[in-house]
Design a protein around this ligand. Structure first.
Ligand SMILES: [Fe+2]
Length: 466
């Protein structure tokens, strides 16, 4: 080929490259060196057992009713059942109150759990700091939490978003980064995959216990809203374990009955100005299934005048442009996406893919097998989909992305981190992603989110990523 021909080739290559660049949003130019991620050894200080005979450990709290006036307190005692009573009092009133809980245990192959306590404290005042004490005598331990403001349309409230956390050295960095973030999360929306105990021989459930002790420094002080991931399934017929979600449902209680659900794997809560719907990627979701019927009745109940912000939390992303777990959320997308658009869900939070991604507002609901309209299109009634499965577990990062970056993908990067969504009022919220390698105040991806019900304008031009 002559000089002239070469030049044409170069121009062609440039044009083709350019057309690729035009396809999607930002694939961060940062390429992280992928080190092997390993779990912290069991004798690490983060797994320390509190001293004393039968001292309560693995303390965690979650919302205990539909509106935020109740809290479920859970903990484990190892030596004997002890007491399931919680003593609690509000910051400005020294009068002590008591609530009695229940204790449960379970076996998993050759493992027998400690005594798992769950106690629901009810009729709390909104927006109030409470102290609570569990355990008996010298080993009693005291913690505190603050109840959310009363449900209402302009109540500012900030959620942390963490997923696929595990218990590796990177998991510890993620949790620390969340704790030190100046955007103070008041509750965590956890998008699933907790301990990764199922990665160990015989699903060594001691790793459920160590995870509980590791996360206690956050989970005892602010509610974590739980979503079940695939690592919660713990289905192991080769070990004789055929009850899915056994360790998870024994250890992590959620207020599912308060929202008329028949399963702890899907439920809803209201918290401040947000309505949060938790779904299960690993339960049937098709027509006539319990989850389908519940969600169909649930979405029309959301009153955006009372709770302007509507969030869905689920483990497997409905939109994901990484090759890892590509299209695993497709079954749920086919069934539920039309409802998310119809009811103007603001954001859908998912994990599963061990990386970060934010989509544009897009939908793919026009397709009907003959019209060939099977490409996602911009849709201002559609949610923004966030993948925040970058908590840092022992499986490592997902770095393999589909190319070119599809139109629907606004920003993606394979780094560990967490996110925050800070509701300002009924119109606006600030969403940020925080990568572990940055300083705690750095917002590596940040957008103003406009509420779909009250301020349904395109916010994509406000995105500041990098
Ligand atoms: Fe997962």
């Amino acid at each position: 080929m002559g000089y002239f021909g070469c030049n044409i080739l170069v121009v062609l290559v440039l044009v083709l490259n350019e057309s690729h660049l035009c396809n999607g949003g930002v694939t961060s130019s940062f390429v992280r060196k992928v080190d092997k991620t390993i779990d912290m050894p069991l004798d690490s200080d983060v797994f320390r057992v509190p001293p004393g005979y039968n001292a309560p450990q693995q303390v965690h709290i979650t919302q205990g009713d539909h509106v935020g006036k109740a809290v479920i307190v859970s903990w484990v005692t190892m030596d004997e059942p002890g007491s399931s009573t919680v003593v609690y009092w509000s910051e400005n009133c020294q009068q002590k109150n008591k609530a009695n809980g229940k204790v449960t245990t379970y076996k998993f192959y050759n493992y027998t759990s400690g005594y798992i306590h769950h106690c629901t404290i009810e009729n709390l005042k909104f927006n109030t700091k409470y102290y609570y004490k569990i355990g008996i005598g010298r080993v009693a331990r005291t913690f505190w939490f603050t109840t959310p403001p009363e449900v209402g349309p302009d109540v500012p409230y900030t959620f942390g978003l963490i997923g696929d956390l595990g218990q590796s050295f990177d998991s510890n960095k993620t949790l620390t980064h969340y704790e030190l973030n100046p955007i103070k999360g008041q509750a965590v929306l956890f998008v699933g995959d907790i301990s990764y105990a199922d990665k160990y021989p015989n699903h060594d459930n001691n790793r459920w216990d160590s995870w509980g002790r590791f996360a206690e420094r956050s989970t005892a002080y602010q509610p974590w809203i739980w979503t079940a991931g695939n690592h919660e399934i713990d289905f192991a017929p080769e070990l004789g374990e055929t009850e899915p979600f056994k360790p998870y449902t024994h250890r992590y209680h959620v207020p599912y009955r308060a929202s008329g659900s028949t399963s702890p794997l899907w439920y809803s809560i209201k918290r401040a100005s947000a309505y949060i719907i938790v779904l299960s990627s690993y339960s049937a979701c098709g027509k006539y299934t319990p989850q389908y019927k519940w969600l169909k009745k649930e979405l029309p109940k959301v009153n955006r005048i009372e709770t302007p912000w509507l969030f869905v939390v689920v483990h497997a992303p409905l939109y994901n442009s990484y090759n890892n777990h590509y299209m695993e959320g497709e079954t749920m997308r086919v069934v539920y996406e039309q409802w998310f658009v119809k009811y103007k869900v603001d954001m859908v939070f998912a994990g599963h893919v061990h990386a970060y991604e934010r989509t544009e507002r897009i939908s793919n609901v026009a397709y009907n097998i003959v019209n060939e309209e099977c490409t996602p299109i911009p849709d201002q009634s559609a949610p923004i989909y966030i993948t925040i499965g970058d908590g840092g577990n022992l499986e490592g990062l997902a770095t393999n992305m589909t190319e070119p970056q599809p139109n629907y993908s606004a920003f993606r990067e394979a780094s560990y981190g967490h996110a925050t969504i800070a509701i300002q009022n009924r119109y606006h919220a600030v969403y940020s992603w925080h990568r572990n390698h940055d300083g705690c105040a750095v917002e590596a991806d940040r957008i103003w989110v406009n509420n779909r019900f009250w301020y349904p304008f395109d916010e994509s031009t406000t995105a500041k990523s990098g």
